[in-house]
Design a protein around this ligand. Sequence first.
Ligand code: ZN
Length: 161
Amino acid sequence: MLTVETKLAELWDSYGKVQNERQMKLYARWARSCEHYILMRAIDQIIDTSYKFPTLAELKSTYNGMRPKRDSIVIDPENVCYWCQDTGAVPAIDTDPVHGDIVRMYGCKCSSAMSLSKFHLMHPNGQEKYMGRVKELKGFAYPQAIQIIFRELHTNERVDV
Ligand SMILES: [Zn+2]
């Protein structure tokens, strides 16, 4: 496993920067408190995409953006809720009198919805009107299938499945 110091040195090297011990210490002090593999990925991403050496704030922001949103909950890909993908929100295509067809989010019936605000209404899982097409799109999770159907409604082009 790469140490934090080795990885940070890689960052300095990538930008052709001479290592400054005090600056390095500052970065390392923060970096040691990070989740190791996410930090490694964050540094890789910066090296791959940023044209200039990142400030500590930029590094922190990239790192924070990569952390799982709900890190207290272990996500088990086998057990992800089909309807909401564990986001707690299920999309539905509604017809708005002004805007026509729109996608609205509803609270899922599963336990993930517990974290959502009460402004989300419970949605009976699955929109009957579109379930035939959803079944054809069986390679996709429900929220993706609804997005595809929504696009199909607007473009009149069907996605091949
Ligand atoms: Zn759910």
